[in-house]
Design a binder for this molecule. Sequence first.
Ligand code: UD1
Ligand code: CA
Length: 457
Amino acid sequence: MAAGKGTRIKSKHPKVLHEVGGKAILSHVIAAATKVIPAPDVYVIIGHEAERVRQAVAGTGVNFVTQSEQRGTGHALMVSRAALAGKYDQVIVLSGDAPLITPQTIRKLIDFHVAQGSAMTLLTADLENPFGYGRVVRKGGDAEVNAVVEQKAATEEQLEISEINSGFYVFNTEALYQHIDKLSTVNAHAEYYLTDMAALFNGAGKKVTAIKTTDAREILGSNTRSEMVDLDAQVRHSKTKALLDQGVTIFYPHTCVIDSDVEVGPDTVIEPFVQLLGMTKIGSDCRVRSYSVIENSEIGDGVTIRPGTIMQDSRVAKGAMIGPYSHLRPGSDIGEGAHVGNFVETKKVKLGKGSKANHLSYLGDADIGEGVNIGAGTITCNYDGVNKNKTIVEDGAFIGSDSTLVAPVTIGRGSYVSAASCITEDVPADALALGRSRQTIKEGWARQKRDQRKGKS
Ligand code: UD1
Ligand code: CA
């Protein structure tokens, strides 16, 4: 269920697309669901901002049901009738706003439901602070449930119940669709509550059961911004824990921001205040030093990322050294053992094996070969005001410091560009290019100037 607006978060973005652990809340739920149920059998109920939500998760291969008007969780299942009835024996209902659910718990819920032969099984949890959740009214002390009472409708006595409804259920499909039309909207929100199915089934002599989670944190919802921040902290905490268990060292892990889909190889060391975001993959035996922010990038084994490096949508091959203070913009492809150093900005650049650009450069739209030396302050002039043009630097070339390479231009294999050159024409292989004016010397000029000044005063 992901059709609701999420009024309580006061946002123009749909609640289920807000992120925890750097990933949409709904994507977490879908990831857990598709580990238990094949994606084509998963139906996401969308409504509020349906197109945005659909597009955000379409890549997972799930199906969609549109609930154009959001008239409650019961209504969400009513509009799903055509997709589900007659097709499946059981319907597993998951709340799209509770991202910590695990595949193991979904599996357990299904198995319990089947073993009990129930019409409806709820996943529940004991919460120290059950405020806001539906309370589970058990029949006596056994596995069966009489009803679920929403916060606003609960009596003083029911508000004392610490067992809450998680919003995850299994239904017998036939029973669900036989009785769902009996739901009413006579309640505080004037909505069809799916939770009312518990009382309805009891009235019809059908069995309703509940199973408690062992870890209550798994079912926490994200109805408010502060709940989201708590969930985010939990997701990141378990991510860090998992990486540590896999052989990664993370110093002061509470200062690092590591998204849930990030991968890091063993014996890699992550220093304090590092952010690893999106689909970033880091090899083994790397060191990522403080204040680096790495997003959607792939880093090979044995790479050193020095402090303050910023990297997006880039690749760095094994043994390379980046930083301090390098900015690798999208499309940077840094070769094996290459160096990119202090205050170097790259964009759509291939820097070949063993090549070095160690200081103060801008390298954009360039194809740079192997064993090339890019001197301090070199700039590829890639933009002529209309088009982006390409610079090619062939293997073994040497670009002297403070050179400007005006693209489109090719610097031939093994050639030299003298320092402070402005290169506007191709340089042939093995040549020397001097693109600067010759130096002139005026003997005694400075002394004369000083003498003149003294004479005046
Ligand atoms: C619901 C339960 C409550 C439970 C809690 C657990 C009901 C009536 N109450 O309350 O017992 O303790 O979850 O988190 O079900 N949605 C739709 N279509 C709609 C309305 C909601 O798809 O018409 C979706 C929402 O996008 C959300 C999920 O259903 O992902 C739950 O809805 P929400 O409004 O958050 O329900 P709660 O008030 O949290
Ligand atoms: Ca909720």
